[in-house]
Design a protein around this ligand. Structure first.
Ligand code: CA
Length: 216
């Protein structure tokens, strides 16, 4: 899952980035309205954390502009605000100052809604993924995944039986600093297969991408 943090306070940006990456998300940052618009135009995000008071304008402008696009209909938006109200177009809001665990809980709740399920735990066959605790098991065995391996497995487990392209994984699990021509997806899937103990769980669909078998 890929998040965009739109925030101009550097200390807060650093804290959010560290916490969210540790929780298994890919995180990009925009510091003002212009940067936010540019990133939202170029990349697709699963969730945007949007500060209301920004250099060069207001977060609610970004929110309205985003909702006016096709991509912007599906993205989840959490507004970070000094006042206690939900802006039109946002899915949720947080009042500054907030505690990081509270933010993380809201992020997870919204992204679970996005996946159409109400639970933090995903199960496919013998695989079990706890997205709150960032734990992954296969037949009860802890897999010990890196954040990217966890992110890939999470993305595939949310779509069992569906073919997911390498580009889609790159877009949702990696951040903007990744070279689009890198073989990092292939390498990560390879490592993930090794940790799963079998190649058969994640199938390669030639020239299309990867598919998680539903009967693993
Ligand atoms: Ca601000």
């Amino acid at each position: 899952m890929r998040l965009l943090v739109v925030e101009d306070e550097e200390d807060l940006v650093d804290a959010l980035r560290v916490g969210l990456v540790r929780a298994g998300y890919a995180v990009d940052v925009a510091h003002d309205v212009a940067q936010a618009r540019e990133k939202l135009r170029v990349d697709s995000y699963d969730l945007v954390l949007l500060d209301l008071n920004l250099p060069g304008g207001d977060g609610s402008e970004v929110c309205r502009a985003l909702r006016g696009t096709d991509q912007g209909q599906a993205v989840r938006i959490i507004m970070v605000t000094a006042r206690d109200r939900l802006d039109e177009g946002a899915d949720d809001y947080l009042v500054k100052p907030f505690a990081f665990p509270e933010l993380l809980a809201r992020v997870r709740a919204l992204l679970r809604r996005e996946q159409g399920g109400g639970t933090a735990i995903l199960r496919v066959g013998s695989l079990r993924l706890d997205t709150s605790r960032v734990e992954s098991h296969s037949n009860g065995r802890e897999l010990g995944l890196t954040p990217k391996e966890f992110g890939v497995l999470h993305y595939l487990m949310a779509r069992p039986g569906h073919v997911v392209s390498a580009e889609e994984l790159l877009e949702h699990v990696w951040d903007e600093h990744t070279d689009p021509f890198t073989n990092t997806v292939r390498v990560t899937v390879g490592n993930l297969r090794r940790k799963l103990g079998t190649d058969a769980v994640i199938e390669t669909v030639v020239s299309k991408g990867y598919r998680l078998r539903e009967d693993t």
